[in-house]
Design a protein around this ligand. Structure first.
Ligand code: TXA
Ligand code: MG
Length: 347
């Protein structure tokens, strides 16, 4: 296993394999880099790619296992929502519903370092792990290799910055390789990213737009384009109560680390545990029969929602290990289990 990367810069992109199955030190034409990246994405794997802002760790946004691998490779202790990257406006409009201001910004700045948070269009095929169960989605149309790759795949790419959790975003392929090289198979090297900062994130709110994260496009430029001031404060990552409430919270109460199922309880299982009384559960779904945390992560949001819609008073959840992706799964479950005043009444 080697981490050798070529120091040459584009014009042509090249791919540098981090895993021994891909030959390193071999300059690939852009077409070949696209093919290799495409093959990994189609197989439900992740690829680090250059964008104009920072390097992204990308997976097919419709593939839950691929998206779970992003969190696994980054070692993220929780499932925060990811940006879905699109190739064109038609793809964007299949995924989300645009208000007039957001549309204006997309026309002015896409492709480019601007991310728009918009309501999701139902049935858009985006895996719920991408949005952490939210009904909004962050969308961006990147320039360069990322855009070409998405167009070729024909599906959006979920991609957070390609750094392990808690580290700063990588702006060179070498930085990605040094940080994540042992955990991913391919870094496509497009040289140093021209912007070097993450995208600016804005969200439609009432008649205006709120700046959630300053970034590669100055707020003033956005304000000039829409002819009004951006709302500020309460940005991304601020865990205001409202932000937690906007996360999908089941109407049913949640009971974690359950060894037995009570009356009127649904059961969310894991592996081969079979909590006592499982046959009498109001509804039963197993996050992963084989005990695979990646599969469990990809099923988590959909299964919580499905068990909730069974109408059960409580969802009992079997014990889930805390290693690897288990940490983020347990974090999400603990949030859903936290006391709230809008839970389904006990009968
Ligand atoms: O330039 C960029 O934006 C880079 C490149 C790779 O595109 N990506 C990036 O992704 O910085 P990430 O995951 O590191 O940051 C995305 C931010 C997170 O803070 C997340 O909370 C926020 O976007 N976000 C995603 N979906 C959201 C939503 N529906 N509502 C509010 N915030 C959202
Ligand atoms: Mg980041």
């Amino acid at each position: 296993m080697t981490k050798t990367l070529l120091a040459q810069q584009p014009p042509s992109y090249y791919a540098a394999g981090i895993h021994e199955v891909i030959r390193v030190a071999e300059i690939l034409a852009i077409g070949e880099a696209l093919e290799q990246a495409l093959a990994l994405l189609q197989g439900g794997d992740v690829v680090a790619i250059p964008t104009e802002t920072v390097y992204g760790l990308a997976a097919d946004a419709t593939n839950g296992i691929g998206v779970a691998r992003i969190f696994e490779a980054k070692g993220r202790p929780r499932f925060n929502p990811l940006i879905a990257h699109v190739a064109d406006m038609a793809m964007a409009e299949r995924i989300a519903v645009f208000d007039p201001l957001s549309k204006k910004l997309a026309q002015a700045f896409w492709p480019g370092p601007l991310t728009l948070v918009l309501p999701q269009r139902p049935g858009n095929g985006i895996h719920p792990l991408v949005t952490a169960g939210l009904d909004t989605i962050a969308l961006r149309m990147p320039r360069g290799f990322g855009g070409d790759l998405i167009a070729k795949l024909g599906r959006p790419l979920a991609a957070p910055s390609a750094n392990s959790s808690g580290r700063i975003s990588a702006t060179t392929a070498q930085a990605v390789a040094a940080d994540l090289g042992a955990r991913i198979k391919l870094v496509v090297d497009g040289g140093a990213t021209p912007v070097g900062l993450e995208s600016t994130i804005v969200k439609a709110e009432g008649q205006g737009l709120r700046l959630l994260r300053p970034g590669g496009i100055a707020a003033e430029e956005i304000e000039a384009a829409i002819g009004m001031e951006l709302l500020r404060g309460g940005g991304v990552g601020v865990e205001a109560p409202g932000m937690l409430a906007s996360h999908y919270a089941p109407a049913a109460a949640m009971r974690l680390n359950a060894g037995a199922v009570g009356k009127d309880e649904a059961l969310l299982g894991f592996g081969g545990q079979r909590a006592e009384g499982w046959r009498n559960a109001a509804a039963f779904l197993n996050l992963s029969v084989s005990g695979d945390l990646r599969e469990a992560a990809s099923n988590l949001f959909a299964y919580m929602q499905e068990l909730d819609s069974s109408g059960a008073r409580t969802i009992a959840v079997e014990k889930i290990p805390v290693d690897g992706l288990g940490e983020a799964i347990n974090d999400r479950l603990a949030r859903a289990a936290a006391p709230r005043d809008n839970a389904r009444p006990t009968t």
